[in-house]
Each structure stands twice: as structure tokens, then as C-alpha cells.
Design a protein around this ligand. Structure first.
Ligand SMILES: Nc1ncnc2c1ncn2[C@@H]1O[C@H](COP(=O)(O)OP(=O)(O)OP(=O)(O)O)[C@@H](O)[C@H]1O
Length: 763
């Protein structure tokens, strides 16, 4: 039993029962007492029945029983309430699960919200970018032309319109000049006299609303006096102009973007009159006007400290402010316009924007300028103060023209500071800023000159940006790129050439390395061969020396020193200790089978002291000359023709071998022609001075191998066979170079060559 109330009641009932039992009745007979002695609500029911049973028996209901009955009813009621509450409780528990679903849904929603917010930010920045691009494509400096209708006076004077419009063209207008020629002008947009303020603003709107995206914008109306500049910019009550419509549009867009962007718009109106700045929102009737100056702010923008800035939040207040500013403007009467604006009127709208989604803040300016009349001084009859005004107006307008021209032609210096007007507009002219020029013209034939002036000026501004000047800028860029391309091409060409050169050099190097290797191998082979041959010769010599014939033929006194020398000498071998060739050749016996068979006498070299030479066969002069030869006369010398005589050893002592050299390889004139590479070499080194002169002089009677093949040598610079000694002059550049360069001859090389050509034949 959960309920404590029921428990209390149950106890109470139990007590009553017990008391009744004591009064004479047997409570056990009622059967209400349970075996385990416990009581419950059933027991109560039982009690109630018992009470009812008692009641009739006793004739009246006891107050206690009444109480019990009441209590039972209460219990019943409580039980019912309990079950209801339990039901509610379980219902609440079930609802708790439904709450989780709600939380999940909420979570999903917040995630969606975040995703959409980011997407929106992305899309809005993309829109901003694209919008700006569209404006830029149309031109950051745009020029519109508006022609006012002929006024009553002009019509009354019978003046006709000199301007013609092509109904199908929105960009052209044609001026009929006084000499009946026609001049065509093209602008970004041309408004005919019948075009209303709405039409003009429809085209202006895309430029002005850029201010809400954080861009600085400047619109100005230019033209001669009375052409409708003020009408276009300010308008009238019923025909509101660009100023009011722009602010109206800005408010509309700001309202559209509410919740995403927060904008604050404030307005200032000032005029530049005779190069002085005047705040048109200050009531200067009581006090003299404050002097305002242009100052450069820290962030580089131009500010006018002290200039009134009125916060505007609705179009209703804007109109009033614009009217009051207009009223304060300096006007004067000229012959062209009764209420001519003698100053430049500038309306500045400052827009502070805050992106509520990402907190990004912007501050930009929109300038809407109604310029003073651009007519030349002589055009209107002015004098005194009016003349001075006109001069200031002209000066500042020409400064504006210079600034726009410089901006359009993208020159580095923009002359902003030449006038107060341009200085003030500095941060809203050029760079990322959007500029719109509205050139106002009169259709009247009387204004033709001024109309042409205004149209020419406007065309120049537009033409420089979108026409030839812009093209010129592009051409210069193109030219720069073309030059770069040319340079690159040339560099590529040179690189290719260098690569080719490198490749050929590498090939040549490879070929040289290969040749060098093969030469090295050849030298090694030759050395080996030489060593073997020496070994063999030594064997033969020793055999010859020990042989009886040699012993008998040589006198004992002469054999002894020779023998001793031989014994002292180490055997020839591949080692560094090689015997000099001369020594070996000196002792080669005439009976040597090599000498007799292999080597023809004309080609076999024998040293001058060799015993194997037959002295008789040698011409006297030759022998003498041989004897006169310095010791460096070596193996390369050609022996005179005739068979060598065995056993006739000369008395010339055996000279220790020195450097083998071809330096003494100079055959005697009587020698027969011999063609060896050495001779060839010596023959081409004719003109060398001093000791080389003789060495390289051409050898008369000698024929180079090439020369031997053909009677007239094809080798460039080779000596002519028939040429007189010393008459040959080298012509080949290599020969000339060699003549100039002293050569160092390697004994090893020489030995190899000698062995190849001559020495082998000695055997
Ligand atoms: N497009 C137009 N439609 C109807 N009326 C026009 C139009 N343009 C100008 N006007 C009228 O021509 C007159 C001269 O215009 P406005 O004063 O605007 O010229 P302005 O160029 O501002 O002259 P100033 O330089 O002397 O101030 C005004 O009465 C104006 O209402």
C-alpha cells in the first residue's frame, strides 16, 4: 500500500474493530482477520460489510461506523485520484521522449540556418563582385548626354533644333553644324528632350547603388548654363531629379536588406564658390560663414572638418534637406539664365554599412555634383563679380577635365589638387570609384558653339576611357607581352643551340676518350711486344756471343769490354730497366737472320757505330756525317742504302743511350727516299727556328706516304715532292699552329712508333 493516508485510515479501522470486539462480538467470526495478521483495503471492505451487518442488528448506526464509512469513501476517492495521477505520470514520461525529437529538430534547424547563412554570405559577396564587374565592363567612367527641350523663348524666337536623334539608337546624336556639316557623337546613353526624369534615373541607378556595396561614386552634371543641370540633379517638386531619386532608391534597398545589412545614411550639402567651400546646411544668416578646408584623413580620404552631416532615415526628410541646401546656393542672374548657378553644388551621401551576418563594415561616399555653367567667359555678357565667378568656374572645370583625362589615360600623377572641386572629390574619382558624367546640351541653334564644346569635352572623356586611349593602353600591354614572347623565343632558340653544342661536344669527348683508350691499349701492347722482342733478342745476342764464329771473328781484346758491358747490363724485360736500343743494335751481328731476311738494307737502321755496317758500302760523306751526328741521333735515322757488312765493327764507342728523340732525324741529302710517319712529321716542321729548323725542314727526295700514293699531294699544306729544299711553306692552319708551339716528344711514344716502323725491321 503506497498511500500513507490509506495506511493511517486502515490502522484507524483496525483499532475500531478491536474495540468493537471487546464489547461482545467475535471479530474472528467475520473472517476479516487474515492468516498472516496483515490488513489491507479488502479488510476494510470486509469491515464495512460487517458494520452493515451490525447495524440492522443493533437498530441504529454507530457514530464510529459512520466515521468509518466516511473514511472508506474518502479512501475510495483517494484511490481513484491515485490511479488518475499514475496515468498522468506515465503520460508525462511518454511525452519526455517526444521532447528529444523536438530538440533534434531544433538542432537540425539551427544547422540549416547556419549553412544557409554562410551560403547567403557567399552568394551576396558573389553578387557584389559580379555587379561591380558589370559596372566596370560598362566602364568606370561613363558618360551620358541629355538634351533639354527647346524652351518657350527659343521657340518664340523661331530657333530650331540643331540636334538630331536616331530613334533606334540610344547612344548616338548628330549635330547639324552651321556649315551644314553633321557631327556624330557617341555616348554610353543619350537622352532625348522627351525623356523624363525617371528614364534618366533608370540608367543612373546601377552606378549609384554601388555605394551600398562600399564603392565610392561620383555623378556630376556638366554643361553650359541653362541646359538643365540643376533640373536633372535636383529636379522640381513634381519632377524630382537624380539626387532625390537616388536617396529614395538607397532607402528602398536598405529596407530590402534589413536583417542582413544595417545601413546608416547621412547627408551633407556644400558648394564651391570662387574656390571657397561653403556649407549649405548651416544657417548663416546670423553669423558669417565658417571657413572650411579640405584635410586628408589618416585613412587617405579627404574630409572637411566642421561640415554638417545630417543623418537621414526617410525620403520625407531628405526632400526638405535638399530644398534647404538648394536655397542657400549662390545664384546670380546671367544673360543665359536668370537664376544661374554660380557655384558647384555638391551633395554628399555617406553610407555606413554593417553586415549583420559576418560583421563586415563599410563606409563609402556618393557625390552628386551640379556643376556651374561651363560656357566660355565671352559667351555671356559678364563683368565685375560675375566675370570673376566665371573665371573661377572655368578654372575648376578645366581642372576637373584634366583629372578625368589623367584617370582615363592612367597616368601616374593625377592633378587633384589643382582646384578645390577636384581635391574634394579625390577619393571618389579614380581607382575603384564609379564616375558618371551627365553632359547637358541645349538643342537651340543659338547655343550651337557651346553645345559642340560640351560634346567634344564629353567625347574626349569617354573616348579616352573606352576608345582610342584605352585601346592604346591595351596596345602597350600587348606590345609588352609580344616583346616578352619574342625574348622567350630567342632564349629558347639559344638554349636549343647550346644544347646541340653540348651534345656534339659530349660526342666528341666520347670519341676522344675512346681513341685515347684504344691508344693506351696499343701502347700497352707495343710495350709488351717490345719487352718480348728484347728478351728474344737478348737471347739471340747471348747465343751469338757465345757462338764460335763470333768469338773467332772478334778480337779477344775487343770482346772483353763488350762482354763485360753485356754482363753488367740487366736483361731486357717489361721492367723499367730497359737497355738502350742503340746498345742492342750496335751489337747485332751481320749474320743475324733478321737482318738478312726481314729488314731490307735501305730501311734497316744501324747506328753509326754498329759493327754490322759495311764501311765500304757507305758513302764517305755519309759516314762522316753520321759520325758528326750528335749522340742524340737515334733509331729514327735512316741508314744509307747498301747491305751491311758483317764483322766490320767501327771504332766508335758505345754511347750510353740518352733520350730518344727525333730531333736528329735529319737524313742526308744523298739518302734515298724513305717514307715514314716520322719523316712526314719532320717534313711539316720546316720553318721552326734554331735547332728545330733543320729537323722540320722538308727532306728532298723523301716522299710522305700520302705523297707516295699520288704524285700531287692532296693533303693541304704537305710539301711538294719536287719542291726545292726550304722552298715549301706550310699552309694548313694546324701546321702553322704546330710551328708556333714547341713540342715535347715523349720517348715512350717515340719508342712505340720506332718499334712499329723501323726497329722491328732491324731484326
Ligand atoms: N529636360 C528638361 N525638361 C524640361 N525642362 C527642362 C529640362 N531641362 C531644363 N529644363 C528647364 O530649363 C531651365 C534651366 O534649367 P537649369 O536651371 O536646370 O539649368 P542649369 O544648367 O542648371 O543652369 P545654371 O548652370 O545656370 O544653373 C529650367 O527652367 C528647367 O526647368
Amino acid at each position: 500500500m503506497d498511500d500513507p493516508m490509506i495506511e493511517i485510515l486502515s490502522e484507524e479501522f483496525h483499532r475500531i474493530c478491536l474495540r468493537s470486539a471487546k464489547k461482545g462480538s467475535e471479530p474472528s467470526s467475520t473472517g476479516c482477520e487474515q492468516v498472516d495478521g496483515s490488513t489491507d483495503l479488502d479488510g476494510m471492505n470486509c469491515e464495512a460489510n460487517e458494520v452493515q451487518e451490525f447495524s440492522p442488528g443493533q437498530g441504529q448506526v454507530l457514530p464510529i461506523l459512520e466515521k468509518v464509512i466516511d473514511l472508506s469513501t474518502t479512501v475510495e476517492e483517494l484511490k481513484r485520484q491515485h490511479s488518475i495521477l499514475s496515468g498522468e505520470m506515465s503520460g508525462l514520461t511518454t511525452n519526455l521522449f517526444a521532447g528529444t525529437g523536438v530538440i533534434n529538430a531544433l538542432q537540425h534547424l539551427s544547422e540549416d540556418h547556419e549553412r544557409l547563412r554562410l551560403k547567403f554570405l557567399e552568394v551576396s559577396s558573389e553578387r557584389k563582385k559580379l555587379y561591380n564587374e558589370v559596372v566596370e565592363l560598362k566602364g568606370n567612367i561613363r558618360v551620358f548626354c541629355r538634351c533639354r527641350p527647346l524652351n518657350k523663348d527659343e521657340i518664340g524666337n523661331g530657333l530650331g533644333s540643331v540636334i538630331e536623334f536616331d530613334p533606334s539608337q540610344d547612344h548616338d546624336l548628330q549635330v547639324n553644324c552651321s556649315d551644314s556639316s553633321k557631327k556624330l557623337f557617341k555616348f554610353d546613353r543619350v537622352f532625348k528632350p522627351e525623356d523624363n526624369q525617371e528614364a534618366v534615373f533608370a540608367q543612373t541607378k546601377p552606378v549609384v547603388v554601388s555605394v551600398l556595396d562600399g564603392y565610392n561614386v561620383c555623378i556630376f552634371a556638366y554643361g553650359q548654363t541653362g541646359t538643365g543641370k540643376t533640373f536633372t540633379m535636383e529636379g522640381t517638386e513634381g519632377n524630382r531629379g537624380v539626387n532625390y531619386r537616388t536617396l529614395e532608391e538607397l532607402f528602398r534597398i536598405a529596407e530590402d536588406r534589413r536583417g542582413i545589412m544595417k545601413y546608416e545614411l547621412s547627408v551633407s550639402i556644400l558648394e564651391v564658390y570662387n574656390e571657397k567651400i561653403k556649407d549649405l546646411l548651416v544657417d548663416s544668416s546670423d553669423e558669417p560663414p565658417k571657413k572650411l578646408e579640405i584635410k586628408q584623413a589618416a585613412e587617405g580620404t579627404q574630409e572637411v572638418p566642421g561640415l554638417v552631416e545630417v543623418r537621414v532615415s526617410s525620403t520625407a526628410e531628405v526632400w526638405e534637406i535638399l530644398r534647404s541646401g538648394s536655397r542657400a546656393r549662390s545664384v546670380g542672374s546671367t544673360s543665359a539664365n536668370e537664376l544661374s548657378s554660380r557655384s558647384h553644388c555638391l551633395l554628399r551621401v555617406t553610407v555606413k554599412g554593417e553586415n549583420l551576418l559576418d560583421g563586415h563594415k563599410t563606409r563609402s561616399h556618393l557625390w552628386m555634383v551640379d556643376l556651374a555653367g561651363s560656357e566660355r567667359v565671352g559667351r555671356i555678357d559678364v563683368e565685375g563679380e560675375r566675370l570673376k565667378e566665371s573665371q573661377f568656374i572655368n578654372k575648376s572645370l578645366s581642372a576637373l577635365g584634366d583629372v578625368i583625362s589623367s584617370l582615363a589615360s592612367k597616368t601616374t600623377h593625377i592633378p587633384y589638387r589643382n582646384s578645390k572641386l577636384t581635391h574634394m572629390l579625390q577619393s571618389s574619382l579614380g581607382g575603384d570609384c564609379k564616375t558618371l558624367m551627365l553632359v547637358q546640351v541645349s538643342p537651340s541653334a543659338a547655343d550651337l558653339g557651346e553645345t559642340l564644346c560640351s560634346l567634344n569635352f564629353a567625347s574626349r572623356v569617354r573616348g579616352i576611357e573606352n576608345g582610342p586611349a584605352r585601346k592604346q593602353a591595351d596596345v602597350s600591354e600587348l606590345f609588352k607581352y609580344k616583346q616578352m614572347v619574342e625574348k622567350l623565343k630567342q632564349e629558347e632558340k639559344e638554349t636549343r643551340k647550346l644544347q646541340d653544342n653540348l651534345q656534339s661536344l659530349q660526342l666528341r669527348l666520347g670519341a676522344r676518350e675512346h681513341a685515347f683508350k684504344s691508344l693506351q691499349e696499343k701502347v700497352r701492347d707495343l710495350e709488351q711486344q717490345l719487352a718480348e722482342e728484347r728478351k728474344m733478342r737478348l737471347k739471340q745476342e747471348s747465343r751469338a756471343l757465345t757462338g764460335p764464329s763470333v768469338q773467332s771473328s772478334l778480337p779477344a781484346m775487343k770482346q772483353a769490354p763488350l762482354k763485360s758491358i753485356l754482363e753488367k747490363k740487366p736483361p731486357l724485360g717489361p721492367s723499367k730497366m730497359r737497355l738502350p736500343l742503340r746498345r742492342i743494335t750496335n751489337i747485332v751481328p751481320s749474320s743475324s737472320p733478321y737482318a738478312a731476311q726481314d729488314a731490307p738494307p735501305t730501311h734497316t737502321f744501324r747506328a753509326s757505330s754498329s759493327s754490322s755496317y759495311n764501311k765500304e758500302n757507305l758513302p764517305k760523306q755519309s759516314t762522316k756525317s753520321f759520325l758528326r751526328q750528335p749522340r742524340r741521333i737515334s733509331i729514327a735515322a735512316r741508314p744509307p742504302p747498301g747491305p751491311p757488312t758483317s764483322g766490320t765493327a767501327t771504332k766508335q764507342p758505345v754511347q750510353p743511350r740518352r733520350r730518344v728523340s727525333i730531333a736528329t732525324l735529319r737524313p742526308e741529302p744523298s739518302m734515298h727516299a724513305a717514307s715514314t710517319p716520322l719523316h712526314m712529321q719532320s717534313s711539316v716542321r720546316d720553318t721552326r727556328p734554331a735547332r728545330y729548323s733543320r729537323l722540320f725542314s722538308p727532306m728532298p727526295g723523301y716522299t710522305t706516304p700520302i705523297a707516295a700514293r699520288s704524285s700531287s699531294s692532296k693533303f693541304m699544306g704537305s710539301p711538294n715532292n719536287n719542291a726545292q729544299p726550304g722552298s715549301w711553306k706550310p699552309r694548313h692552319p694546324t701546321v702553322i699552329a704546330l710551328q708556333r708551339k714547341s713540342l715535347v716528344w715523349s720517348p715512350l711514344k717515340l719508342r712505340g712508333m720506332m718499334m712499329n716502323n723501323n726497329v722491328r725491321r732491324c731484326y
